[in-house]
Design a protein. Sequence first.
Length: 299
Amino acid sequence: MNITQLQYLVDVGELGSFTDAAKKNLMTVPAISLSITQLEAELDVLLFTRSRKGVTPTAEGKKVIQHAVTVLKTIDMLKYDIAVSKNNLYGNIVIATIPGLVSQIINNTLEFRESYPYINVQVMEEDTAAVLEQVKNGHADMGFVSLGSNNHDVALDWEPIKRVEVVLAVNKSSVLRFNNKISLDQIINEMNESIVLYNDPYLKKIAEDLFPDNLRNRIALTTNNGDVLLQMVLQRNAITITNDYIIQALPTHLKDEVVTISINEYLTLSNYLWRVTRKNEKYPEMINQFTEHLLRDLK
């Protein structure tokens, strides 16, 4: 067993394909397959089930992948310690986030790298459930989600970053634009625009609570592409349910085209932007410094 085998194992588990893992590592498919087969023989366990659709980790395979992720992170910390001893500050960090924060994270990273060029950041944009799963599985070092204060996964540490509000976002020419606040009855009786939604379990649940059955057929589009939703609001006069920080993070020329309206039924709810990490996770000092820099920017 060696480091390279563990990296191949994690990549196959994440990508669900020997072919994709081979492309990522600039190797041949037979080389990746042989590495996994050798690892299975050494551990005397089947790590993946193979099919024409790809490969899926077995129950034992998932456990081995979790351990492999931990080992690779420990090796990263070792590399960091060596880099520090050579006066080269070093760190790798993977961030999973719901839409709306990617541009801020990227800008923060570019600023940070001006002083610390050896930090490497990977950002994954996911829905709420996927962000939490990425962090729990060790595929992301931290995640950012927007949720209420209840029903938090006890396997994770939850740090509130700032309070956020669920709002109705409409085009500045919408008939609803003059409302600072709006009630469910007003939404039902006055709204004639199409509804577009980000494909997120949390936002979809809010839509189900807000809109009765006879209004749900007004939902014209559900997608994981945040840019498409924004264009639908800007160009097609659609409306969407979102968090206020997503609109606040837009460039000024786009933000000026959108009006956000508070929803009465959600004004009293305590929703927050949370930073989630695995319990008792320890990071190299450079990553801690980057995280502090990022959180100051998000608050």
